[in-house]
Design a protein. Structure first.
Length: 516
């Protein structure tokens, strides 16, 4: 079988020969002490080989600005070669029995768990999130491999009795083909395995383009995939600089050998990729931006609501797509919620370097992200909002922002209708349930929504009326591998995780079996 996975000519762009499998490790120059040399890879990973590129780009620690190393800046040639390798590998991988694919995914999962601390250190170094959160991400990420290793064996078809005595309809489920996987920096590991676990389980092969800010986690996953015995060409990674993202993205997403585009990132980029998909009619999964409402009704348990607000707002310094982006609080409970929320923020949030014990709020990913939060705060204040807490850059460093609580926020302010993606909690006061639902649904995106209520009838009504893909009722943390993740409206298309996630990588084929 190994021969089937070898990268052949067939018009594939020629790349410099590279060592197979475990090439000598190129250590990251200047990497902070404590980063795991064994998992630090800087070359692209194509057809089971580590491939340098003609140029490199730097990766920085967003907390200190320190250079973590130089990573291969793959271009169009490397992207095409990766697609070719994935296409070659697909011919064999699709026929590997589900039980074997399952075992390989399970081995990859085991290796992630064995290396959990090292993988977490890489995430904290390149993304900035506190080490404890990074450890949580590695576990969450690994669980997608475990989950889909189990789902790989549960792909069933159908037998359908047709209108004629001598015929039966069969429905086969078959892998879609080569999937391009483009991921953001905010979950450098989990956004990859959530897609790749499902794709590999279904029998697809993948080419991953990670974000410029966080390629090291994707490459560490490649090292572990190789160690787990995932065949060459099944998991490929082409890191590239932001400058090349457009041309590499276009090369990947328009390649006729690619059948599926799976993207997590901003709605703006998602729309560009949808255009590429339309031109060659490719399958798509789009996990795009959010603008989650967090509604606190008068009937809520205020302490529980405050705990949920903290958890849903400040994880990853507010940089998750399901982070609450606006707090809608009913008049009767408003003052008590704001007071307790402010006290809880003061008590529980500590800004600092993610490697320091006790830090809960790391840096934002880069200065542009800080500028966006700053802009949302100044716009709100200029239109009448009150700063209860925070409101400016944090003295810890240039990418840090103070956890901020604003009240008297109104619909006309930027933070009320745009995703902030930072540690800003704007509170809007409302009077009736209808008003809250109308404000919540006024957004053109609909990923997650949260509300707190102890009125069962209200819980049913509001859960059904919110125009989002995921609802947290009296709960601020909702993501789990067993449940479907995804949005409605401009938050995207398709679902990841859960028993539905694998369907995104499967085609249905109807076979009419006659002459019976
Ligand atoms: P982004 O700018 O759209 O980037 C996401 C990925 O797309 C990165 O790898 C980026 O590369 C790449 N990219 C950018 N322009 C491209 C192009 N023209 N062609 C191909 N690839 C391109 O998003 P982001 O700012 O990194 O991430 C934050 C956004 O992601 C937020 O809106 C958040 O809500 C959303 N998100 C959604 C989910 C979800 O599951 N729904 C989960 C996490 C995040 P570079 O890094 O090199 O620019």
């Amino acid at each position: 079988m190994a021969a089937c996975f070898r990268l052949r000519g067939c018009g594939a762009p020629r790349l410099p020969p590279a060592p197979r499998g475990r090439a000598p490790l190129r250590r990251l120059a200047g990497a902070p002490a404590g980063l795991p040399a064994a998992l630090l890879r800087t070359d692209g990973f194509v057809g089971g080989r580590w491939r340098p590129a003609a140029a490199t780009f730097p990766v920085h620690d967003p907390a200190t600005g320190a250079a973590l190393g130089q990573v291969a800046d793959c271009g169009v040639a490397e992207a095409r070669a990766a697609v070719r390798a994935a296409s070659e590998a697909f011919r064999s991988w699709r026929g590997v029995p589900a039980k074997e694919r399952s075992s390989l995914l399970r081995k990859w999962y085991d290796l992630m768990i064995q290396n959990q601390d090292d993988l977490a250190r890489i995430i904290t170094a390149e993304n900035g999130k506190p080490l404890k959160e990074a450890q949580g991400e590695v576990l969450y990420s690994a669980l997608f491999l475990e989950w889909f290793s189990e789902e790989a064996r549960r792909v069933y078809g159908d037998v359908i009795g047709g209108p004629a005595r001598d015929r039966r309809g069969l429905v086969l489920k078959q892998p879609v083909g080569v999937a391009v996987v483009i991921t953001p920096w905010n979950f450098p590991s989990a956004m990859i395995t959530r897609k790749v676990g499902a794709a590999l389980a279904a029998g697809c092969t993948v080419v991953v383009k990670p974000a410029e800010d966080t390629p090291l986690s994707a490459l560490a996953l490649a090292e572990l995939a190789d160690q787990a015995g995932i065949p060459p060409g099944v998991y490929n990674v082409v890191p590239c600089s932001r400058q090349k993202a457009k041309e590499v993205g276009e090369a990947l997403c328009t390649d006729p050998l690619v059948s599926k585009i799976s993207f997590t990132g901003s709605t703006a980029t998602g729309k560009i990729l949808l255009h590429y998909a339309a031109d060659s009619v490719k399958r798509v999964s789009m996990e795009l931006g959010g603008h989650a409402p967090f509604i606190v009704f008068d009937s809520a348990d205020v302490d529980r609501a405050v705990a949920g607000a903290l958890a849903s707002k400040f994880r990853n310094s507010g940089q998750t797509c399901v982070c609450s982006n606006r707090f809608l609080v009913q008049r009767g409970i408003h003052d008590s919620f704001v007071k307790k929320f402010g006290e809880a923020m003061e008590r529980s949030l500590r800004v600092g370097n993610g490697f320091e014990e006790g830090t809960t709020q790391g840096p934002l990913i880069n200065e542009k992200a800080v500028e966006k939060v700053e802009k949302h705060v100044s716009d709100a204040v200029s239109k009448g909002a009150t700063v209860v807490m925070g409101g400016k850059r944090h003295q810890f460093g240039k990418n840090f922002f103070e956890p901020t609580l604003l009240t008297e926020v109104t619909q006309g302010m930027l933070c009320a209708h745009e995703e902030t993606f930072g540690p800003l909690a704007p509170v809007i006061k409302f009077d009736t349930e209808e008003e809250a639902v109308a404000i919540a649904n006024a957004a053109d995106v609909g990923l997650a929504g949260y509300f707190y209520s102890r009125d069962p009838a209200q819980i049913w009504r509001v859960a059904e009326q919110l125009e989002v893909g995921m609802v947290g009722v009296n709960e601020g943390l909702i993501s789990t591998v067993e449940c479907p993740f995804g949005g409605v409206k401009q938050s995207g298309l398709g679902r990841e995780g859960s028993k539905y996630g694998i369907d995104e990588y499967l085609e249905l084929k109807y076979v009419c079996y006659g002459g019976l």
